[in-house]
Design a protein around this ligand. Structure first.
Ligand SMILES: Nc1nc2c(c(=O)[nH]1)N[C@H]1C(S)=C(S)[C@@H](COP(=O)(O)O)O[C@H]1N2
Ligand SMILES: [Mo]
Length: 539
């Protein structure tokens, strides 16, 4: 009994004080952010800094573990670390004041530093984190103060005598029955205070997210946009969609399109304020507004985007009908200087991608996109303007929320991921995937259908072959390709699937005659190779 009570006093209550204070502070910080700096909430800025500082393997692991849920996972992780460390700060404050306050204050300072060093950080970016830090420190003082006055603080009767007495056992307050009852009341009273502080923090966070008017206002702006009719339209041949249950549709609906980026809070860019600046090694700088862009001829094109982090058989790939203006035309206005070989595109949030200049000047549909599948770009896919370049992985070409094109040289500057161990050049590798039968779903014996997709953007697919149970490679039937810039569906009929467990492998052959590489390589530094293999039961 006495043991338990003493442990409660010495550890649990101070830890609750620390955690309560931290939740209180973080909540007020989030609320402040919602009001004055929507993209600079303490969690978001710290998370963003972690993303930027993380070594490449960490990004890989996060994507492998959590897929596109990597961002919520990161925020939850930060929350857990905050709770643990602030709990420890509470215990520290009870024993060695003011070190617990120092720890919580440091949290605020780290947030402020992370906020201040972000690209395009707004003037008020540091304020939410500072508010969070100060609020947490004050709350901790109040809570630990109550703990001391209530005598529940394990020998911490006064901050002055504390330092010397602590380290010893601090059992002095472990008293008789009467004391214990009084203690119980104090303890409950104290927990009401600590819990109340945490509850205020949670309420403030909830109020803050309800208040995030910025996002809603931008959605309203987006909803009101009527994109101009395309100057040239793209058509999807009727034979492009095989319509097999479980097979990825040839055009990926926006809501199902994979999302990969470093932006923990989606950048909110008002089209009315959007500008694109083309500069660097050019004869003349070009600046473009949203209205000017929409007044230019906009072409539809169908292009399959793929992420370099897509594992063999993975789902970080999607195909959409894009609407946009050729980047080639805008570069022609700016007239790149001799010697330039790269365009460094920059997002409003600081992300950069390095695209070979020649790829943006040849005849492919490398565009500044404003539309995706008949709508303005979804905010998380780069609203109002992004790049789409057939044939290159997204990290070297598909800059979302793009605001700058700097004509430069590969030997002069590195893009975001190149500085983190990824290749400066990122042509998409020839690959293929089995979608049907879907993971683990048993198949009826007899006539069975396998189906999937294959892609080699800007080269095209000539054939797809399937291998069952280490047998011969047999040709699959291809759907009609939309173009060489898109994936193509395939199907394979297995007339006599026999009961038991089987494996299937797929490989694609490119329009250039290249056969998909069977040797397995991971996604770093320039995309995975290997063959997708599944095993499935027939019964
Ligand atoms: N601003 C910005 N643009 C970006 C990225 C990013 O992190 N920030 N990631 C790139 C990567 S790695 C990929 S694969 C594509 C993904 O585009 P999507 O999210 O629309 O599918 O966006 C690219 N554009
Ligand atoms: Mo990517």
């Amino acid at each position: 009994m006495g043991e338990t009570r003493s442990r409660t006093r010495r550890w649990v209550l101070p830890a609750a004080a620390g955690a309560g204070a931290a939740v209180f502070g973080a909540g007020l910080g989030e609320l402040t952010a919602a009001i004055i700096a929507p993209e600079s909430g303490p969690f978001v800025v710290v998370g963003a800094a972690l993303i930027d500082l993380a070594p490449p393997w960490a990004k890989d692991t996060a994507i492998a573990l959590f897929g596109t849920g990597d961002k919520p996972a990161l925020l939850i992780g930060i929350g857990i670390v905050l709770l643990v460390v602030s709990g420890a700060a509470g215990v520290l404050e009870a024993r060695r004041p003011p070190w617990g306050q120092v720890v919580l204050g440091l949290f605020g300072a780290v947030g402020a530093l992370a906020a201040a060093t972000r690209a395009n950080a707004p003037m008020l970016a540091v304020v939410p984190s500072l508010v969070a830090g100060v609020a947490a420190v004050l709350a901790l003082r109040v809570l630990i103060g109550r703990l001391r006055r209530g005598g529940a603080g394990a020998g911490d009767r006064s901050p002055a005598d504390g330092a010397a007495a602590r380290g010893a056992d601090g059992v002095g307050a472990d008293g008789d029955g009467a004391d214990a009852t009084a203690d119980g009341a104090t303890r409950r009273g104290f927990l009401v205070w600590a819990g109340g502080a945490a509850a205020i923090g949670v309420l403030a966070t909830v109020a803050g997210s309800a208040l995030r008017a910025g996002g809603r206002a931008l959605s309203a702006v987006r909803d009101a946009i009527r994109l101009p009719a395309p100057a040239t339209t793209a058509s999807v041949p009727s034979g492009a969609e095989l319509g097999i249950d479980g097979l990825a549709p040839v055009i990926t609906p926006n809501a199902e399109f994979y999302r990969i980026d470093t932006a923990l809070a989606v950048p909110l860019v008002d089209p009315a304020e959007w500008r694109l600046r083309i500069h660097g090694m050019v004869e003349r700088e070009v600046e473009l507004t949203w209205d000017e862009l929409l007044a230019l001829p906009l072409d539809e094109s169908v292009t399959t985007l793929a992420c370099v982090s897509n594992e063999v058989g993975g789902s970080l790939i999607g195909n959409a009908v894009w609407l946009g203006h050729p980047i080639r035309e805008l570069l022609a206005r700016a007239r790149p200087l001799a010697g330039a070989d790269m365009v460094l595109s920059r997002s409003v949030d600081g992300f950069t991608a390095s695209t070979p200049l020649e790829v943006l000047q040849d005849d492919r549909a490398a565009i500044l996109a404003v539309g995706m599948n008949g709508e303005p770009l979804p905010v998380e896919h780069g609203f109002p303007v992004r790049m789409v370049v057939p044939g290159l992985y997204g990290y070297v070409s598909a800059t979302k929320w793009v605001v700058e094109l700097e004509v430069t040289r590969f030997d002069a500057v590195n893009a975001y991921w190149t500085d983190r161990g990824w290749s400066a050049q990122g042509p998409i590798k020839l690959s293929s995937r089995i979608d049907v039968p879907r993971g683990g779903r048993p198949v009826d014996a007899g006539a069975a259908v396998l189906a999937g997709v294959a892609w080699h953007q800007h080269v095209g697919i000539d054939a797809v072959e399937v291998q069952l149970d280490d047998g011969d490679w047999r040709p699959a039937t291809l759907a009609t390709a939309i173009s060489s810039d898109t994936w193509v569906q395939w199907r394979y009929e297995w007339p006599d699937a026999s009961p038991g467990t089987h494996t299937a492998r797929v490989r694609a052959i490119g329009a250039d005659g290249a056969v998909q590489i069977a040797d397995e390589q991971g996604v770093v530094p320039d995309g995975a190779t290997g063959l997708h293999e599944i095993s499935f039961d027939v019964r």
